[in-house]
Design a protein around this ligand. Structure first.
Ligand code: SF4
Length: 615
């Protein structure tokens, strides 16, 4: 199999045994890699009865199809599981160097099954895998864990994916973390790893991937590298990183503030991407093989928390841990809050939104000091927010309430469920659907729950479209977004499976050149986009298999309340119009939400259609 190694590592943790299994070539051809291929494996392994924190729930980690090659910005790898947080399909993808090294160890992925009695970590080096004791690492934060494993392995370039105390303590949205703040986040994959007592996976790979035509690959990759370097989006991302969106979020009303009750903070110049670049930046870092280098290295000499050299927070984190709790953050506090979440290892979006909800309930008088353990959760209380994040990371006291997320909090305090800012149990990310109506559709229909990364909704309507896909900027408040959302979801399902970063604008001819030269396939863009659709529909079918129906495709009432005095100008998405149009395009049943038999069969998945009883 060119472009693949043809084998998976199976870790049976209950038996303490590692073994190799041949890669299913049909699955690889149809679902490519990362979250696409992993979801296809997961489909066969879980059902509605599977306990997400029990031994039967697998955790599957896979590199993207192009990981580890010389292609530009193709380093993203993914993981899937039955989410302990939402109870249905959960996936995540992540950058850094782990995916490249995993691919170059000679494996196409790892399936973790069962549960170990004692803490362990898995070490894979050039085709040889070992299970090692991790008793001395248990309880350590994600930075210390990586440092100690690198020391033990005697190779500083070993790449590590690990969990911190949050996932050890089974915080339901615990992350798997790599390097400095790269997260396999959101759906609680870290929590599942914690339930298996796997502290980390360490990889060091220098093997040469078999390719059909290495010379042709190198040339396509070289040209793609030049294109990515030159693209306008690359330049912007290099200059300001994702934090640059803070400056845009204000005029658009896109940065949810005081738990969705305000469109945006009045100003956020202290934490904007431009301020970060001008005042604090000392350099950049990048994921493997990425010329964009969007990640910032900062030096903070002033403020309560000082850092000599530290990676800066991303946009989502800046808003979730700031505006959401009504905090007027300075850069020092923003970086500190981000560091806490990364070292404990939990999701900043769900964590920030849950903390924001706690502030909202406290201000409303629904909860009091008695509930919070004495913390005064008044809008803007940064010290209380920091203490709250510590408790959340330890899954202790009032932090354990937050670790359950907004839906469980609404239930616990007898609040209307529509007050919980989530879809299918997963909190809405920091792009307000009232600022970009397409995001309402994106959140309502993404397979894992509210998810900004499974489409390009707000990017398209703010000017970063995909002319190649026929996706160009439109009116952000129009409600004719079904086709744009469907196309961009398919495209993102494809790029995630290839391991390609959202910010890399690789011309389709060069992308095809790399894929065909690596695998020996004779594919074209239509076939690849069809693979993207196949992956999206498969993930949807898996959600349905695990209990999701059409009634779950809703936005919470709380984010449908108009806010007139901000960049949102009182607009709310018309879901009654958009959802039926989207369902028609997807060919989903209006009552069950299942993809039709005809559509699944046309995508080559008759067995999936039969399994969910599609009509
Ligand atoms: S643009 Fe940023 S996130 Fe994307 S691959 Fe490059 S460094 Fe990583």
């Amino acid at each position: 199999m060119n472009g693949y190694w043809g084998k998976l590592l199976i870790a049976d943790l209950s038996k303490g045994k590692l073994s190799d299994e041949p890669l299913n070539e049909k699955y690889a051809r149809e679902f490519l890699g990362s979250t696409g291929l992993a979801a296809r494996y997961l489909y066969d392994m879980v059902d509605e009865k599977t306990d997400p924190l029990g031994p039967d729930n697998p955790l599957i980690l896979m590199p993207g199809l192009l990981n580890g090659t010389s292609g530009p910005s193709v380093s993203r790898w993914g993981g899937v599981t039955k989410s302990p947080y939402t109870g249905h399909y959960g996936d995540a993808n992540c950058g850094a160097f782990f995916g490249a090294d995993l691919k170059n160890t000679g494996y196409d992925g790892i399936i973790l099954k069962g549960q170990s009695a004692k803490p362990v970590y898995i070490y894979i080096r050039d085709g040889v895998a070992e299970l090692k004791g991790a008793g001395s690492l248990w309880g350590k934060d994600t930075y210390k864990t990586q440092e100690e494993i690198k020391k033990e392995c005697g190779d500083n370039r070993t790449q590590i994916a690990c969990i911190g105390p949050a996932s050890e303590n089974l915080a339901l949205y615990g992350n798997i973390m790599s390097e400095h703040g790269h997260c396999l986040g959101r759906a609680g994959l870290g929590c599942v790893m914690g339930s298996k007592k796997v502290k980390a996976i360490a990889v060091r790979g220098k093997m040469k991937l078999p390719m059909q035509d290495p010379e042709k690959f190198r040339e396509a990759a070289r040209q793609a590298m030049e294109e990515v370097k030159e693209s306008f989006l690359s330049q912007i991302m290099h200059e300001t990183g994702t934090a640059g969106w803070v400056d845009s979020a204000i005029p658009y009303g896109d940065g949810p503030t005081k738990y969705y009750t305000a469109g945006t903070m009045e100003e956020a110049t202290n934490i904007s991407g431009v301020t970060m670049a001008e005042k604090y930046q000392t350099g950049h870092t990048a994921c493997f093989g990425c010329p964009i280098r969007c990640r910032k290295v900062l030096q903070l000499k002033e403020g309560k928390y000082t850092y000599e050299s530290i990676e800066g927070p991303e946009y989502e984190t800046l808003i979730a841990l700031g505006a959401m709790m009504g905090l007027d953050l300075d850069m020092s506090s923003a970086v500190h809050l981000n560091e806490l979440c990364n070292s404990y290892g939990f999701d900043t979006i769900s964590g920030g939104a849950s903390a924001g909800y706690a502030f909202y309930l406290y201000e409303l008088g629904v909860i009091s000091d008695k509930d919070t353990g004495g913390l005064k959760l008044t809008w803007g209380n940064i010290d209380a927010a920091i203490e709250l994040i510590h408790l959340l990371g330890k899954n202790q006291g009032f932090g354990a309430v937050l670790a359950g997320g907004t839906k469980r909090m609404a239930q616990k305090y007898g609040r209307p469920i529509g007050e919980a800012a989530q879809t299918k149990g997963l909190e809405i990310p920091m792009h307000d659907p009232r600022a970009f109506h397409s995001m309402g559709l994106v959140y309502a229909t993404a397979p894992r729950g509210a998810d900004h990364n499974k489409s390009d909704g707000y990017q398209v309507d703010s000017g970063t479209g995909h002319p190649d896909l026929g996706l160009n900027a439109g009116d952000r408040w129009a409600d004719d977004k079904a086709e744009m959302v469907e196309k961009s979801q398919n495209f993102r399902a494809l790029t995630d499976s290839l391991g390609m970063c959202h910010y890399a604008q690789i011309p389709f001819t060069l992308l095809l050149g790399m894929i065909n030269a690596s695998t020996g396939w004779d594919t074209d863009m239509d076939k690849l986009l069809k693979a993207g659709e196949r992956i999206f529909q498969l993930q949807r079918a898996l959600s349905c298999k695990l209990g999701i129906t059409a009634k779950d495709d809703v936005l919470p009432e709380f984010v449908m309340r108009p806010i007139p005095d901000s960049g949102q100008e009182g607009h709310v998405p018309n879901m009654e119009k958009m959802l039926p149009e989207y369902y028609a395009l997807r060919d989903w049943d209006s009552a069950t939400g299942k993809p039709s038999k005809k559509r699944l069969e046309s995508l080559g998945m008759p067995e999936i259609a039969a399994s969910i009883g599609a009509k």
